[in-house]
Design a protein. Sequence first.
Length: 188
Amino acid sequence: MNGIGSAGRRDDAVDSNEVGDSDELRVSDPQVLDIMRMICNDAEPARPAFGVLKGRLIELVRQQLLESQSSAAQGIACSSRGLAQWQVKRVSAYMQEHLEKDIGLQELADLVKLSRFYFCTAFRVATGCTPRERLTQLRIDEARRLLALPSMTITDIALAVGYQTPSAFAATFRRVVGVSPSEYRRSL
């Protein structure tokens, strides 16, 4: 990330005076930079409503940039080496305990007090898979265990491991395991 200095303006920075704050904003995302330039360059002083809208848009982008820079500073170590082992264990245990629920990314990130973005990146670095992939694997592992119990129907197993329909469960099971739940059960 580059910023601007007193010597002049660089293409990858937005001057804080343009966004109405004394903090310098460093922009490494070219799309955000382009949006900021369009907002700053397309002002129509003859239309007061546009000025209010422009001000609000600038404030939203400024706030997002400040938050992302703050999160980046706090999460640098996390994203470069992934989650700590205790964090992976906490998240995995939570997933295992709540297989039947629809677990959201924010819910998991909150467990280890990270933003969703940094959590997802750090989880992947630490485990080699995304949180969704890990949850799917845990669900399929539990489904394999439950398929060994003849008293449970495949529909009951699908619901027990978090799938709303047997067809969604069967499709995921087939994709991961290579055979349908019924074929897997018959092979046991």
